[in-house]
Design a protein around this ligand. Structure first.
Ligand code: NAP
Length: 202
């Protein structure tokens, strides 16, 4: 499959792009600093990205920002960040990208397990992850000619935990998280969340 991976230089995206390349998929690595590139926060940048992209069999997004913070401390800007970037960035990638996705193709978006298992200080992130799942469930009904859409909900990734000074031991490596994206891409699911093996809702 010819697969565009947005966020391909990041912790999750790099592992996904690597796994897909190993499986002999034709990967187009995309970020704000590649050519073609995209800033998913900016609808005009998404339009320009699709103008420069040939048709693909799949589009994976492992990019988008959202802010952590206790409910009583969150600023308007922090709440808006998740909505404008991680939520609307991915919604707009789908809305604007339907013509770029071949029949039978698949959009794979990224949410997060905080939609199911929140911690204190994660409300602005959890709302975005849950919103993405609702979007995917309904958007699947509007896609035609066998096109699919799913959202992967990664848990905290070991590499990210380590970078935050937390114990990485309870969490899966990015390479294990990437397997969930492979299942999403090569399977038949649509309108559904996809979980990392061993880290789904209990
Ligand atoms: N890591 C975790 O533990 C974890 C857990 C659950 C969910 N998630 C979600 O997974 C996604 C990826 O997380 P990550 O930790 O892999 O992120 P990351 O390591 O910070 O990497 C982000 C990637 O996306 C690109 N990017 C950032 N902003 C972008 C934008 N506005 N438009 C296009 N590309 C952009 C970055 O490259 P450039 O800066 O060059 O553009 C980079 O390639 C996020 O939505 C995050 O919420 C992560």
């Amino acid at each position: 499959m010819k697969i565009a991976v947005i966020g391909a230089t990041g912790t999750i995206g790099k592992a996904v792009a690597g796994l897909l390349s190993n499986r002999r998929h034709d990967v187009i690595s995309v970020s704000r600093s590649t050519r073609p590139g995209v800033n998913i926060d900016d609808p005009a940048s998404i339009d320009a990205f699709y103008s420069a992209l040939d048709e693909v069999d799949a589009l994976v997004c492992a990019a988008g920002s959202a802010a952590f913070g206790h409910l009583s401390d969150l600023t308007d800007e922090q709440v808006r960040l998740g909505i404008d970037s991680k939520l609307m960035g991915q919604v707009n990638l789908v809305r604007k990208g339907m013509a770029a996705l071949r029949p039978g193709g698949v959009f794979v978006l990224t949410g997060g397990m905080l939609a199911y298992s929140p911690w204190p200080g994660t409300a602005a992130v959890a709302l975005v992850n849950a919103g993405l799942e609702g979007f995917v469930r309904a958007a699947a009904l509007d896609l035609e000619q066998g096109r699919r859409i799913v959202v992967v909900h990664p848990p905290l990734v070991a590499e990210t935990a380590a970078a935050m000074g937390m114990d990485p031991a309870p969490w899966p490596a990015a390479s294990a998280v990437a397997e969930a994206y492979l299942i999403a891409l090569e399977g038949k699911l649509t309108g559904k969340p996809v979980f990392v093996a061993g880290y789904g809702p209990t």
